[in-house]
Design a protein around this ligand. Structure first.
Ligand code: UD1
Length: 416
């Protein structure tokens, strides 16, 4: 099953339930290594990336498994291995999040460098700088990051850029390093807050998550707990964008709307009606959307993970939009695929100029990465005729039941 065929032109209608957040679930699973005993994490999406992370944990000697439709059990023994193999790490960039938890638990770690990916080179200098400031000795040998335990001690760590992964790795390690650690210019994403809450539930003392200064008092040990992951704000954004482009009317359930304000604000700006009530959002698309400019930024700015989906939407807008990608250097690959569908997009460096066209047409396109794949599904839902999207394994890395969810909303999608 490596292709999705979409017959476009049907407005989406009905209700869709949003799954747990991929990026929160992955870091929570990684953080579980810090605690002895059993943790049960609920509202976990059943997606490829989660399955691979659970596999890596098994390789560390940890028992993991699904105990309900959306819940995983993680049983951490007294002794865990400290080596992650290349074969699994190369399949999952987020495997680098085991750096902080393994080193916190063992004092040593050998983590395979996950390698680059389609959206950019994704260095790890900030992760390593943070761990070095905590007193860990880090070396790079034969594609592995090796960490040895000098005598770790809390410290002040200033991040040159509010990297999500670096903030998370430092939070995890510092939770069990003696003394106080202060992370300045920390990432503020909702997934960081979720990690802080999870660590605190396990007995850590983390304050300030969600602001750019996070303070952590190290404790001697953490214990397993039961915890539920936040809803996936990027899945919310993806379904809102899909509803908007088809001129549909959709209610999204299990949403924390404050997490998606940057996306809601942009949708309202281009003429989409959004209603917010309790944990639901209603989206009513407008037959003619307006052009708008977008700059991706760390949270609470417009998320880079929603940039491709908006490129699809703005391809059909009335007027010209300018999209500036400030977070990853190579995240406009979907433009070439959208152009095959009739979009008018010019990319120069970090900027894409999207001139709205009256219609897109179905053809063969390929998903180059996770969000690009979602963007192509969105474009295909609005295109005339049939679109065949290949390399859709990228999509299943991060979206739970995507085909089923769109089909339930009245779309015509088939998995080949
Ligand atoms: C996380 C998300 C990803 C999202 C991204 C930005 C997970 C599993 N993934 O990725 O979906 O798109 O946040 O919101 O949570 N950088 C450095 N040096 C470092 C670390 C990062 O230069 O040591 C740069 C990166 O190359 C990139 C930028 O900082 O240009 C942002 O990266 P970062 O916030 O670390 O993203 P990830 O944690 O990898």
């Amino acid at each position: 099953m490596n292709k999705i065929r979409v017959k476009g032109g049907r407005p989406l209608t009905g209700k869709v339930r949003i799954s747990g957040a991929k990026n929160a679930a992955l870091v929570l699973i990684a953080a579980s290594v810090l605690a002895k005993g059993e943790s049960i994490i609920e509202n976990v999406p059943r997606i490829q990336d989660v399955e691979i992370m659970l596999d890596i944990l098994r390789g560390l000697g940890i028992e993991t498994g699904w105990v309900a439709e959306d819940a995983v059990s993680i049983q951490v023994p007294d002794e865990v291995n400290y080596h992650t193999p290349y074969e699994l790490a190369r399949k999952l960039r987020a495997s680098n999040l085991l750096l902080g938890s393994i080193v916190g638990r063992r004092g040593i770690a050998e983590i395979s460098l996950p390698g680059g990916c389609n959206i950019g080179s994704r260095p790890m200098d900030l992760h390593l700088k943070g761990l070095q400031l905590l007193g860990f000795e880090t070396t790079l040998e034969h594609g592995f990051i090796k960490i040895r335990n000098a005598s770790p001690q809390g410290n002040n760590i200033y991040l040159d850029f509010p990297s999500v992964g670096a903030t998370e790795n430092i939070m995890m390690a510092a939770s069990v390093v003696p003394g106080q650690t202060i992370i300045e210019n920390a990432a503020k994403e909702p997934e960081i807050v979720d990690l802080g809450n999870y660590l605190n539930a396990m007995g850590a003392r983390v304050r300030g998550m969600g602001t750019d200064i996070i303070k952590i008092e190290g404790v001697s040990q953490l214990k397993g707990v039961r915890y539920a992951v936040i809803p996936d704000r990027i899945e919310v954004g993806t379904f809102m964008t899909a509803s908007a482009i088809t001129g549909g009317k959709v209610i999204l359930e299990n949403v924390i709307s404050t997490h998606v304000q940057p996306v809601i604000a942009k949708l309202r700006e281009i003429g989409v009606q959004i209603g917010e009530k309790d944990d639901c959002i209603e989206v009513v698309g407008h037959p003619k959307i307006k052009a708008a400019d977008i700059k991706t930024m760390p949270y609470p700015g417009f998320p880079t993970d929603m940039q491709s989906q908006f490129m699809s939407l703005l391809s059909l807008a009335d007027g010209t939009s300018v999209i500036v990608e400030n977070v990853f250097e190579n995240r406009f690959q979907v433009a070439d695929e959208l152009k095959r569908m009739g979009a008018n997009i010019k990319v120069e460096g970090h900027t894409a100029v999207v001139k709205g066209v009256p219609r897109l047409g179905g053809t063969c396109v390929k998903a180059t990465d996770l969000r690009a794949g979602a963007a192509l599904v969105i474009a295909a839902l609005a295109a005339e005729g049939e679109t065949e999207i290949s390399q859709v394994h990228h999509i299943f890395r991060g979206y739970e039941n995507l085909v089923q969810k769109f089909t339930n909303l009245g779309a015509d999608l088939q998995l080949d």
